[in-house]
Design a protein around this ligand. Structure first.
Ligand SMILES: C[S@@+](CC[C@H](N)C(=O)[O-])C[C@H]1O[C@@H](n2cnc3c(N)ncnc32)[C@H](O)[C@@H]1O
Length: 374
């Protein structure tokens, strides 16, 4: 049964939302010594309480997500194209939010999986305000990147961001990513499509976009798709959104919180999303029909279910579906270069701390998601 999905049912509204954890939700600070100043106060600091609370919420979410079947049906995004000023402005702050964590995981995945980790020509589909595009351009030292989005205000914002960083190799254009015919076969080394598959009403459309990405990417290049995962129930989803989005309101990003809330209901489940992997692909050798490998505790069961008695290991590996274990905070579909077996050509995070794409306050959460993904 479809569960009703309204923002107000969470008890949140942009102006009145309570903040569960983070700066505004912390207990009031206490001095480090007792009232008379005689003995040091040995109670854990408020930050430790907040961290314990957050960890407890996280563990209970993991348990809830993993016991039982998928109940929550999909509710499409209220607006496929994001062009209202408030939403664009809020999205432009994305690098200060938890979404910087999937960006860093995606960036690292691309770095690990490409034949040539640096340089090349890239196309970023549904680029929004361009922050992931710019991360890729800088950290992968791309020779050229084109970002496309159907929202003019998003493209203007992305262009402004590129100018501010003086990134001449990057260009953003208004364009419909369901119409990629103008690009010739094999014209890019890397094509990416992040956090936008849930904006499309049909999985068939997403399938066609991924098939087109496969066509316009050189067989030795990489196709990379990343998105959110729809969770099992409405209650789990609302708890997750509160946990992840706890400090958005405190930082004036109410519109971003609302977008995130709707996106979680519009996202595809991991089971659904596997279908976007092309049945025939330029990354496959002749005779490789269903070359899907799956990485994650949660999803490998699905791989066995879909491929009879084959274990995921026995399947020729050209396309990967990666879902973190425990709580699926993201999912990635990766088409690796033709002839390459394995998603990981190189290991580890290659950028120095001074050039880390994750803001300092998100690094603990980032480490946890990295561990559960890799
Ligand atoms: C959630 S944003 C993702 C932005 C960016 N990729 C990121 O990861 O931050 C989704 C974007 O998809 C864009 N979009 C939706 N339908 C589109 C279409 N048919 N063609 C191009 N862009 C589209 C929206 O305008 C919006 O900017």
């Amino acid at each position: 049964m479809t569960e009703p999905n309204t923002l107000s049912s969470t008890g949140f509204s942009p102006s009145t939302a309570p903040v569960a954890v983070g700066p505004a939700g912390d207990p009031p600070s206490r001095p480090n010594t007792s009232a008379r100043g005689e003995r040091p106060n040995v109670l854990p600091s408020p930050g430790v309480f907040a961290m314990i609370r957050k960890l407890a919420s996280f563990v209970s979410l993991v348990v809830a997500q993993n016991v039982g079947r998928q109940v929550l049906k999909r509710t499409p995004e209220p607006q496929a194209v994001t062009d209202e000023q408030a939403n664009v402005l809020a999205y432009d702050q994305v690098m200060t939010t938890g979404l910087a964590i999937p960006y860093a995981i995606g960036l690292e995945t691309i770095y690990r999986a490409r034949q040539q980790p640096f340089g090349g020509r890239a196309l970023d589909l549904a680029c929004g305000p361009g922050h992931f595009s710019l991360l890729m351009a800088r950290h992968l030292r791309l020779d050229h990147l084109l970002g496309l989005d159907l929202s003019r205000p998003m493209v203007e914002t992305a262009s402004k961001n590129a100018n501010q960083l003086a990134m001449a190799a990057v260009r953003f254009e208004v364009g419909d990513i369901t119409r990629l015919e103008r690009f010739e076969d094999a014209s890019f080394d890397l094509t990416t499509f992040c956090d936008a598959a849930h904006h499309f009403d049909s999985l068939g459309t997403v399938e066609s976009i991924v098939a087109e990405m496969d066509r316009i990417t050189r067989p030795e290049g990489l196709v990379f798709v990343m998105d959110l995962v729809r969770l099992r129930t409405k209650a789990i989803t609302e708890r997750y959104v509160r946990l992840v989005g706890a400090d958005y309101h405190a930082r004036g990003l109410g519109a971003f919180y609302e977008d995130f809330y709707h996106s979680m209901f519009a996202a595809w489940t991991a089971h659904e999303f596997r279908r976007v992997i092309p049945g025939r692909s330029r990354r496959m050798a002749d005779g490789d029909e269903s070359s899907i490998a799956s990485i994650s505790g949660m999803d490998s069961g699905l791989a066995r279910g879909e491929h009879g008695n084959n274990s995921a290991r026995a399947i020729a590996r050209r396309w990967y579906h990666v879902v973190p274990k425990g709580l699926p905070a993201l999912q990635m579909v990766v088409g690796v270069p033709f002839g390459q077996r394995g998603l990981r050509l190189r290991r580890g995070f290659p950028w120095p701390e001074s050039d880390c794409p994750v803001p300092a306050h998100l690094r603990t959460d980032w480490s946890a998601l990295r561990l559960s993904t890799w």
